[in-house]
Design a protein around this ligand. Structure first.
Ligand SMILES: *[C@@H]1O[C@H](CO)[C@@H](O)[C@H](O)[C@H]1NC(C)=O
Ligand SMILES: *[C@@H]1O[C@H](CO)[C@@H](O)[C@H](O)[C@H]1NC(C)=O
Ligand SMILES: *[C@@H]1O[C@H](CO)[C@@H](O)[C@H](O)[C@H]1NC(C)=O
Ligand SMILES: [Zn+2]
Length: 537
């Protein structure tokens, strides 16, 4: 292997003062726009950017550290790391610099045209009640209404004004507007008819509004459902664990089967489980651009409730009698909305952290308070972990929900954090492999079973292991905290699909298969815990 480290350090010390400004890629609207019509929402474009994959399988710790140091120094956007490679988003300037440093045989373009994949995902995101816009538009054309103002954030208005330009009223070639939505027919089955898992809801990425509408429909459909039998009823409730930086509610949904509990229900070998209701928490959406996690969390709860109500003696019904299942489908609503509306590749929350150059946001998965340490990255980096642990409103709220479990009469027994991409199922710790969990052997055994259950479902390979080993070591991870501080034995972080072909821009047709396989994995895990701790042989 080539020793590139000395060259790198020399190079960096020579170039940083002059090029630093170029790397400030998070400045809002940093792309020169030919469009000074501010009625059009500016959408960040990625025309000059590619994802490059560096094969670092032959590198020792020292050289990996050098690359990560460069990532911090230039605030580069790392998409994914494994033992063998690292995927980084680069513009042409950044690329030129790295090409001088990294041996060419280890460095190849992985996603050449980010923008076209981004366009694909943005084409399909309008809400159901906006499917009618083609009719509205035609009407407007007939009436020849002159002034159609595009309101901020209003897709219909944008659509109308784009349509108007098409009619020849001096259309400007704006670089940064939302792609024109393809007119889609209204789905035949009502997406909010939750009596079937076939609902087309699970084939689309949704706005926050529709995510929470799905939640309300779950409650309407399943709360107090009597289809099991009259003495044990399903309870489904909305919870609110706090607020985001921008004041959005952090909503969750929690479900269990209410029944008279006998003291022998929890026969775990640990005395302190006695009499407490075990809680199984699934959190998704920490990173705004990772859209398939939230979809999968909703699908999981929907599956569980459907199965428990249609088959009274199913695994789902048994599990719902032993565990309270809680999903927080969107722990970073501000970042998610920003990813949908402005910057598809936005990762962090939207907190003002007093960064230079208007850079905003904290990486929620670098802000949890177990062995937290500050990194060299700046607020302009997608991996910025904040000035201190739990500076982010969202991690703080979730940690408070975890620590108030006893007050709710719960003992949190499992915590699953859904991310994408990479197809991994990982147990703690992430910050270091020297910190070895006492339960590692069991966590690995269950993790391997989960990976197998997932593979069996759709044929996709998932790898199980310790987070620090399968990815690059990083402090501030959610599962390090849940395991290391709040003593949640079954703490896992999942990287869902894919392995990099689409990365974060997963096509909608892969939502359902992804959700289906992680649901199989989580059902396996819950049954594993049940067999080991709730109802041991
Ligand atoms: C919901 O879907 C089911 C199954 O497709 C159907 O039988 C039922 O009539 C639908 N309910 C409503 C209210 O549309
Ligand atoms: C009804 O619920 C009770 C209490 O949970 C349970 O003991 C019984 O087996 C259930 N009956 C059926 C048919 O599921
Ligand atoms: C669920 O059903 C129970 C019993 O009908 C009711 O008391 C409760 O308010 C319902 N909860 C929600 C969130 O609708
Ligand atoms: Zn993530």
């Amino acid at each position: 292997m080539r020793a590139f480290a000395p060259t790198l350090l020399l190079f960096l010390s020579l170039t940083i003062p002059t090029i630093a400004y170029d790397f400030d890629s998070q400045k809002p609207f940093n792309h020169p726009s030919s469009n000074n019509d501010d009625r059009i929402i500016e959408i960040e474009r990625y025309d000059d950017e590619q994802v490059w994959r560096i094969d670092w399988s032959g590198y020792g710790e020292k050289n990996k550290n050098d690359i990560m140091e460069m990532v911090d120094l230039f605030d580069l956007d790392v998409w994914h790391t494994t033992r063998s490679n690292i995927d980084i988003r680069l513009n042409s300037n950044q690329l030129k610099i790295l090409q001088d440093i990294i041996p060419p045989e280890a460095f190849k373009p992985f996603i050449q045209d980010i923008q076209s994949l981004v366009d694909e995902t943005l084409f399909s995101i309008q809400d159901y009640d906006e499917f009618d816009i083609s009719e509205d538009i035609n009407q407007i054309e007939e009436e020849d209404v002159d002034e159609v103002e595009a309101d901020k954030g209003d897709v219909i208005s944008i659509f109308k004004s784009l349509k108007k330009k098409k009619k020849g009223k001096k259309g400007k070639k704006g670089g940064n507007q939302r792609p024109i939505p393809k007119p889609e027919p209204k789905p035949k089955i009502d997406p909010f008819n939750l009596t079937t898992i076939e609902t087309p809801y699970h084939d689309k990425f949704h706005s926050l509004k529709e995510i929470y509408k799905f939640g309300s429909e779950l409650i309407k459909t399943f709360n107090h459902s009597t289809s099991i039998n009259s003495s044990s009823r399903i309870i489904v409730e909305e919870i609110n664990i706090g607020n985001t930086y921008l004041g959005e509610k952090l909503k969750g949904y929690t479900a269990k089967i209410n029944h008279k509990r006998s003291n022998s229900i929890v026969r775990a070998n640990e005395d302190n489980l006695q009499g407490l209701e075990l809680e199984f928490i699934i959190q998704a959406g920490s990173h705004g651009r990772e859209w398939v996690g939230p979809s999968s969390a909703l699908y999981f709860l929907h599956h569980l409730l459907l199965r428990a109500t249609s088959e009274p003696n199913s695994d789902a019904a048994i599990l719902l009698k032993s565990f309270r299942f809680t999903i927080i489908p969107q722990i970073n609503p501000d970042g998610y909305a920003h990813s949908r509306d402005k910057s598809r590749l936005w990762r962090k929350n939207r907190q003002d952290v007093g960064g230079k150059g208007n850079c905003l946001g904290i990486d929620l998965n670098a802000n949890w308070g177990y062995k937290w340490r500050s990194s060299r990255s700046t607020p302009c980096s997608e991996g910025y972990g904040g000035k201190e642990a739990f500076e982010a409103y969202e991690t703080k709220a979730m940690s408070e929900y975890l620590s108030s479990a006893a007050e709710r009469g719960n003992r949190v027994r499992a915590f699953i954090d859904l991310h994408s991409y990479g197809q991994l199922f990982m147990f703690p710790f992430a910050h270091s492999c020297d910190d070895f969990p006492p339960d590692a052997e069991m966590l690995m055994e269950a993790g391997l079973g989960v990976a197998k259950a997932m593979r069996t479902k759709q044929g996709q390979g998932y790898e199980a292991g310790q987070a620090c080993d399968l990815t690059y070591r990083a402090p501030g991870d959610a599962i390090d905290y849940t395991y290391g501080v709040t003593d949640v034995r079954w703490s896992y972080s999942a990287e869902l699909r894919d392995t990099g072909t689409y990365g974060f821009m997963l096509p909608p047709k892969l939502i359902r298969p992804t959700a289906d396989e992680i649901t199989a994995g989580l059902m396996y895990l819950a049954k594993f815990i049940y067999a080991l701790e709730v109802n041991p042989p």
